[in-house]
Design a protein around this ligand. Structure first.
Ligand SMILES: Nc1ncnc2c1ncn2[C@@H]1O[C@H](COP(=O)(O)OP(=O)(O)OP(=O)(O)O)[C@@H](O)[C@H]1O
Ligand SMILES: [Mg+2]
Length: 222
């Protein structure tokens, strides 16, 4: 499903230049659940952002579903992230001025669905995640675990094949983190490909495989 060949990405210029990725090679199969681990600053988030079409890269090749992603083609990157991929981040990134319903409905706005269809999809996913009673609540009225469930609901409401998560349990206490971890496992059991950046050994232990990143390259694939 995902293949990277010699992918490079740097930030800044001249003396301020940082080489975040220095020739990444990896492949991830459809239906896999993979964690990405490595020290702070090793390039994990950069890698995840590129996989998700949220960031371009400097050179190398990124093949998604058999198609080479042209890193200069921003329209293509937008399409990729709009249709195929759901993203969850550590601090939830919910819109504070929208209630739970409207946060989760947001990714469907661009799809041109009828109001009825949007409502059906949103309510289904809220029920699946056990937060349908919070449909009218605003993010500041929710616990961390509830916020992360809303964020996961928003990521999966468009029924993406691929779910990316950047430290999804990083801001949660251990028990809540385990609940969220189980949600990802369930999503994977239902056929989604899941890639999780994590520092959490427990999260990594429920994945099929760990990809270790060190200084911007894949160190070893266990
Ligand atoms: N937008 C940016 N501008 C400049 N430098 C950046 C930018 N994003 C990342 N970097 C640099 O690229 C390197 C890799 O960053 P990245 O965020 O991918 O690391 P990470 O492995 O996710 O770290 P952490 O575990 O702390 O989240 C770091 O040296 C970082 O400072
Ligand atoms: Mg990071």
């Amino acid at each position: 499903m995902i293949e990277m060949k010699n992918v490079y990405k740097s930030f800044g210029k001249n003396n301020g230049r940082v080489e975040a990725l220095r020739g990444v090679n990896l492949s991830i199969a459809d239906g896999e659940m993979v964690s990405i681990m490595g020290k702070s600053g090793s390039g994990k988030s950069t890698l995840l952002n590129i996989i998700g079409g949220m960031m371009s890269f400097d050179s190398g090749e990124y093949i998604y579903d058999g198609k080479s992603i042209d890193y200069k083609n921003h329209k293509k990157l937008v399409e990729l992230r709009r249709n195929d991929i759901g993203v969850v981040v550590q601090y939830f990134a919910l819109a504070e001025d929208l209630n739970v319903y409207n946060n989760v409905a947001l990714p469907l706005k661009y799809k041109g669905y009828s109001g009825r269809k949007v409502k059906k999809l949103v309510m289904e996913v809220l029920e699946e995640l056990g937060i349908s009673d919070k449909v009218k609540a605003y993010p500041n009225e929710l616990s961390g675990g509830q916020k992360q469930r809303v964020a996961i609901a928003r990521a999966i409401v468009k029924q993406p094949k691929l779910i990316l998560a950047d430290e999804p349990t990083g801001a949660l206490d251990a028990a809540t983190g385990e609940e969220v971890q189980r949600i990802f496992k369930k999503l994977n059991d239902s056929g989604k490909t899941v890639i999780i950046v994590t520092h959490d050994e427990k999260v990594a232990s429920i994945c099929d495989r760990i990809i270790h990143i060190k200084d911007g390259v894949v160190d070893n694939e266990v």
